[in-house]
Design a protein around this ligand. Structure first.
Ligand SMILES: [Zn+2]
Length: 720
């Protein structure tokens, strides 16, 4: 929380899907990294494989050495003659040492999530904690700050990426309070500590909040049989206990229970979870954040939080969300009207209204009636290896790359694969990626891309090429069938591998700006854009085929139905998202120093205005975990979705659509290679060849073109 540094050290990018690669055994032996040394030298690049630790002792020692080395570097910066400071001896030296330490931390994170020895994982977990504690302290090294300040006082004339690095490094210090007088700084530090403590209470109260509700079988009419036989649900003769705090139980009942009173009762309990504890706690958090922001010279917490994002100001984020709220209105209203008709028919009440407790149920009915697709049957079209090869072919072709499987000198599991990425035209090696695709005991249980070595220009002028890994959990092959993926798995794979490309193709000079080290409200956008690929028949037909008879492709009407289903409830889905974004920004808006304001008084009216009628006794925000961590940041989800849709238009308008090479190369050059070395808003506009627009997003979710004419959304006018 106290600076962006800690978070930018270790960047793990989650989302959806995995790649599972069945090991392909080839007669010829694989190339090794050494086979690419000559090409790397020619390109003035360095290829390094991580030196993996295999024992707990080695992990401990690795982190100790990394921190000692970094501390030595910090001492050197702090001990220099302040009359002779240079850009290199201050700002760049700090980037060098934080980059090296960050790589050590990233390796520890991957070890923690993937090593097969629980003792090694435990040591790595500990190493990550040690690193995080140490990283927080960097901002508070007074001697280091003095050296950087001495350089800043020379009023250096810098340009481009150098200037950006300088500005943002000094900004970090200002945000940490180092630019304040000592007693004021102490105050901010104390407020931060208190905020961290109250934040922990907030999280704990959410974890501890339990909301059991007992229903009879009749009251749960419509809920699938499998629910009743789940462990712990049947608690007596005709008594079924639904835990409103257990998400799948809550959602299953809300989606399926025919009885409105049942849905409403459960919803009221759910949206009142942690009401007695967290209303006070959240109010304290809001007041503390406000105080910190004011002390640091910001008008509000949302200004403080968005300064380092694309949005840049709270007002910029608010305008964007408000434009989306009004832009989506026709689609939202139409969807609610459809649900209302269904409810009117159900209840024989022509005036029936859709409340917050109704939308899941009627959305579910609508999708079942109109757009049902057998998701399980679709798996036959997605055998793992075919999907991976298909995706590789597409990405290699559109981004001008070549992927070659190479020998991994160290494998933490047998089926681990390592690939070298080269530029297809010049043969320049660009970096490497590991694929660890199937689940196992003790492994990271989701799908994510992990940076291991970030790209950076080294002190000797050579460029360190990046290394990253995908840790995924695709369905393993069974005795009689290959690994068969769901469509959602395929989408996840296309998404996660996008992060890999962003990481590996980077050309940013400084570690701080390399690859995916871009603002948090942008980092997901390029990968979210790539998710479009798997909803397109032309793309799917290049690799998706029935594994028993590859001449069979997915029928066009099925793909159409899937697309229609996605669109059918998008208005409601997004208006709910926008309501959350709005109430988050409103709670963190400008308030005078000692003002009193209440989280529920602010958020409940917004929920009702932007989304659907609520029960006035509920306190949804008291159980909204995002408010500790994504505070004044929830808008980022919608922000990235809208940018992703906007960027996709470059492909959609290109002659070859999602398979267009020119559009792909433009993405590689203007977005991936740049990282954060220039303002991402500039990169986006260079890629688009025009100003940003929310229109494509609205069109994508089904608002007919012309519904909203807001061009250049986001922080446009104020910022540029
Ligand atoms: Zn992602």
């Amino acid at each position: 929380m106290n600076s962006m540094k800690t978070t930018s050290f270790i960047r793990v990018l989650f989302l959806a899907l995995t790649l599972s690669l069945t090991p392909t055994f080839r007669a010829e032996s694989l190339k090794t990294v050494d086979d690419f040394t000559a090409a790397a030298t020619k390109a003035n690049a360095v290829l390094t494989l991580p030196d993996w630790e295999h024992t707990p002792e080695a992990v401990d020692a690795m982190m100790k050495t990394a921190i000692d080395t970094a501390n030595k570097g910090l001492d050197e910066i702090g001990n220099q003659d302040l009359s002779k400071v240079t850009f290199k001896s201050t700002v760049v030296a700090l980037d060098d040492l934080t980059w090296a330490a960050g790589n050590a931390a990233s390796r520890a994170v991957v070890t923690k999530e993937s090593n097969t020895d629980p003792k090694v994982r435990e040591a790595a977990e500990n190493a990550v904690k040690i690193f995080q504690d140490w990283a927080v302290g960097i901002d508070y090294r007074e001697d280091v700050y003095k050296a950087l300040k001495a350089f800043a006082d020379t009023k250096p004339k810098l340009t481009g990426e150098d200037k950006k690095l300088f500005d943002e490094t000094m900004r970090d210090y200002r945000r940490a309070g180092l630019a304040l007088a000592p007693e004021k700084r102490k105050e901010v530090e104390d407020l931060r500590k208190e905020l961290a403590k109250v934040g922990t209470d907030f999280d704990t109260n959410i974890v501890n909040a339990k909301g059991p509700v007992v229903f009879t079988k009749a009251e749960l009419d419509g809920v699938p049989d499998s629910f009743f036989s789940s462990p712990g649900v049947k608690t007596g003769d005709d008594a079924y206990t639904v835990m409103s705090n257990v998400t799948w139980q809550y959602v299953t009942v809300e989606e399926n229970a025919k009885n409105e009173a049942t849905r409403k009762k459960l919803y009221v309990i759910h949206d009142s979870l942690a009401k007695d504890t967290n209303r006070t706690v959240l109010n304290q958090m809001l007041a503390l954040r406000n105080k910190i922001a004011l002390r640091l010279g910001y008008k509000s917490w949302d200004d403080f939080q968005t300064e380092v994002k694309m949005a840049k100001t709270g007002a910029g984020a608010k305008k964007y969300i408000n434009d989306l709220i009004s832009g989506i209105q026709p689609k939202f209203a139409a969807e609610v009207a459809d649900l209302q008709k269904m409810k009117a028919a159900d209840t024989h009440d022509p005036n029936a209204k859709i409340g917050t407790w109704d939308w899941r149920y009627y959305d579910n009915q609508l999708v079942k009636q109109k757009y049902a697709v057998d998701k399980e049957a679709l798996r036959d079209f997605f055998p793992f290896q075919k999907v991976v090869d298909g995706m590789f072919n597409i990405y290699q072709s559109i981004f001008g790359l070549k992927f070659e499987k190479i020998e991994a000198p160290y494998k933490w599991v047998d089926d681990l694969q390592l690939y070298m990425v080269t530029d297809a035209a010049s043969g320049e090696p660009l970096g490497m990626f590991y694929l660890d695709m199937f689940p196992r005991e003790g492994k990271f249980n989701h799908f994510a891309e992990f940076g291991i070595i970030s790209g950076k220009q080294l002190v000797d002028g050579k460029y360190q090429r990046p290394v990253c890994a995908l840790l995924c959990n695709f369905p393993p092959p069974s005795a009689d069938k290959p690994s068969l993926m769901t469509h959602a798995d395929v989408e996840t794979l296309f998404h996660e591998f996008g992060h890999c490309l962003h990481e590996i193709t980077t050309r940013a000079k400084y570690g701080r700006f390399g690859g995916t080290h871009v603002p948090g409200d942008f980092v997901e956008a390029p990968s979210q854009m790539l998710q479009n690929w798997v909803w397109d028949k032309k793309v799917l037909d290049t690799f998706a085929a029935d594994y028993r008879d590859p001449s069979k492709k997915i029928p066009a009407d099925i793909i159409q139905k899937m697309n229609d289903a996605k669109k059918a409830t998008a208005g409601i889905f997004y208006r709910r998202q926008f309501a959350f974004a709005s109430l988050d920004l409103a709670m963190h808006d400008a308030h005078p120093e000692n003002a009193q304001w209440d989280c529920v008084d602010i958020s409940n009216p917004i929920l009702e205005k932007v989304f659907l009628p609520i029960d006035p006794s509920t306190t949804m925000v008291t159980y909204f975990g995002h408010m500790n961590g994504y505070d004044a940041g929830y808008y980022g989800y919608a922000w990235a979705d809208a940018i992703a849709a906007d960027m996709a238009t470059v492909f959609e308008k290109a002659p070859q659509g999602y398979l267009d090479k020119q559009a792909g190369m433009k993405l590689r050059k203007e977005i991936y290679e740049q990282g954060d070395s220039r303002d991402v808003a500039v990169s986006i506009e260079k890629f688009l060849g025009r100003k940003q627009s929310v229109e494509p997003f609205l069109e994508k979710i089904g608002v007919k073109g012309g519904g909203n004419k807001n061009k250049a959304p986001g922080p446009s006018k104020e910022q540029r």
